[in-house]
Design a protein around this ligand. Structure first.
Ligand SMILES: C[S@@+](CC[C@H](N)C(=O)[O-])C[C@H]1O[C@@H](n2cnc3c(N)ncnc32)[C@H](O)[C@@H]1O
Length: 247
């Protein structure tokens, strides 16, 4: 396994059978629709641009790109992911929007791709269930780059797992989540995927990766976002809207 594969397990069997996430974490798909609803109702400050330019970080198979593209006709999406397996599925799932020229895909590392974008070039940067996968110091750099590429008044909308600040409470919740996985995968006789998701969870929950709720919000404020609003939170599943000040 290369370093990249070890860091991004979506290049492996999990990527091939990503639809299983709906069974093990139904809230990920729910958060994806909330992303679409939010952007659908949001207007940039000042005169409206002809196209709302949106960058999605970690588009995966298109679960979160779909509600974004469906929520308004003026939205142009640049969907990035580092896993070719996930992008191949996204291109099939979003074929309608590929044909109409409203979505373009980039196979790239998030930080590298952000660094290659011009400053103040996007109205919205969106992400669903991707940033919790990042190493913490990498995540810091990604947040700084998101701030840079957003236009003044722009929105960073992040639906993701933000760990509960109290580690004991967080552990209890994670343990009950794992018990649920065992029941789900045993019923499907898919111990192979159970193994992969448990290994993946070890990475997400490790001290180098885990994204705690309050420090996660503080990091956004530290990068210059103001206001930073929690639009939804159930367990660890959270939708955060962070705004780059208009001037
Ligand atoms: C849990 S999936 C979420 C996919 C999609 N947003 C959704 O809601 O279903 C996380 C995605 O982030 C991608 N990813 C993880 N680390 C990345 C990185 N450093 N750069 C780009 N993409 C990354 C993975 O390949 C994967 O497709």
């Amino acid at each position: 396994m290369s370093t990249l594969d070890a860091e991004n397990l979506f290049t492996g069997p999990i990527g091939e059978e990503y639809g299983m996430l709906r069974l093990i974490c139904p809230n990920a798909a729910k958060l994806a629709s909330r992303l679409g609803q939010y952007v659908g109702g949001w207007r940039t400050p000042g005169p409206q641009p002809e196209h709302l330019k949106v960058l999605e970080i970690g588009c995966g198979t298109g679960v979160s790109a779909l509600p974004l593209l469906s929520c308004r006709d003026d939205l142009q999406l640049l969907a990035l992911d580092s896993s070719a397996k996930m992008l191949d599925q996204a291109k099939l799932n979003l074929a309608r929007w590929v044909d109409s020229g409203r979505v373009a895909f980039v196979e790239a590392d998030a930080l590298e791709c952000l660094k290659a974008q011009e400053a103040a070039s996007f109205d919205v940067v969106a992400s669903n269930y991707a940033t919790h996968n990042f190493l913490d110091d990498y995540r810091q750099k990604v947040v700084e780059e998101i701030f840079r590429v957003l236009k003044p008044g722009g929105l960073f909308l992040n639906g993701d797992r933000f760990a509960i600040d109290d580690p004991a409470e967080h552990l209890k919740l994670t343990q009950s989540e794992v018990r649920h996985w065992f029941k789900t995968f045993a019923a499907l006789n898919r111990y192979d995927l159970l193994e992969d998701w448990v290994v993946h969870l070890f990475s997400d929950e490790s001290p180098e990766h885990i994204m705690y709720f309050s420090p996660g919000l503080e990091r956004l404020r530290g990068a210059g976002f103001d206001p930073v609003r929690v639009e939804y939170r159930e367990g660890v599943d959270t939708l955060v809207a962070a705004f780059k000040p208009a001037r």
